[in-house]
Design a binder for this molecule. Structure first.
Ligand code: NAP
Length: 258
């Protein structure tokens, strides 16, 4: 293959027209913003969330903006619920081009005070979920001989963080998962990358309270929290023009590396 063919204009790759993108946990927060951006780039988007109300609401609001959406309630910890979701997408749209494993939770506490329940809930929702959701989706992508998988990790998974031993372990595991899937599926033209957000202004970080948020702000070189769109922009790169990038972790954190 000539380099001329491989190195076509990158701007064209931003157009995801007729591609199908599945974003887990996209009823609100970062997931919703990712779904909006993928839709703006031309993709048909599957709004998937455990919460039926936000799932339906977001799907219909995005449709009103002029995009094609499909609302599918799915608990990413439950294999049966995932199988049903993939079946529905395949019967409606017949393909899946982009998978964003975004759904996640926090259950923060210092290690000595953390219950096994809180450890397990965070591992199940942030790590095992990616194992379970990616399996049926990657079968579809393998048949298509193309696909983009983007996992939403965290800077906590790269550097650790006080009070987040469960979350740090889950997100570090997700990074290992991302890199291994990249190696195993490159031959099928499927890329696998991770975006590791720093502190992003969503309900998840609002729950930390004003005092904690102010302390965190002091440590961020760019002196602001990120917005969900900052993460969506990074996802868009991996879903679109980043076709020769796989196994990478992109930290989107305003310069907060410790
Ligand atoms: P968020 O505002 O709490 O939204 C998370 C979404 O995931 C919610 O819609 C939630 O549904 C859904 N969800 C939770 N458990 C689920 C399950 N079992 N199955 C399906 N959906 C489920 O969180 P966010 O801040 O947007 O975070 C999105 C991702 O970015 C997460 O993976 C998070 O770890 C990661 N991240 C966030 C930050 C940050 O600063 N915000 C930083 C680093 C990484 P409900 O409405 O029912 O709760």
């Amino acid at each position: 293959m000539s380099t001329e063919v491989m190195c076509e204009k990158q701007a064209d790759k931003f157009k995801l027209k007729d591609q199908v993108a599945l974003v887990t946990g996209s009823g609100r927060g970062i997931g919703r913003s990712i779904a909006e951006s993928l839709m703006a780039a031309g993709a048909k988007v599957v709004i998937s969330d455990i919460n039926e109300e936000t799932c339906k609401k977001t799907a219909s609001e995005l449709k009103e903006m002029g995009g094609e959406t499909l609302s599918v309630v799915c608990d990413v910890t439950n294999s049966e619920s995932i199988e049903k979701m993939v079946e529905k997408i395949m019967s409606e749209w017949g393909r899946i081009d982009v998978l964003v494993n975004n759904a996640g939770i926090t259950r923060d506490n210092l290690y000595m005070r953390m219950s096994e329940q809180d450890w397990q809930a965070v591992i199940d929702t942030n790590l095992s979920s990616a194992f379970k959701v990616t399996k049926p989706v990657i079968k579809v992508m393998s048949k298509q001989r193309s696909g983009r998988i983007i996992n939403i990790a965290s800077t906590t998974g790269v550097h650790g963080n006080f009070g987040q031993v469960n979350y740090a372990a889950a997100k570090a595991g997700l990074i290992g998962f991302t890199k291994t899937v990249a190696l195993e599926y490159a031959s099928r033209n499927i890329t696998s990358n991770a975006v590791a957000p720093g502190f992003i202004d969503t309900d998840m970080t609002r729950a930390l309270g004003e005092e904690n948020v102010n302390k965190i702000l002091e440590r961020i070189p760019l002196k602001r929290m990120g917005c969900p769109e900052d993460i969506a922009n990074a996802v868009l790169f991996f879903a679109g023009p980043g076709s020769y990038v796989t196994g990478q972790v992109l930290e989107v954190n305003g310069g907060l590396y410790t």
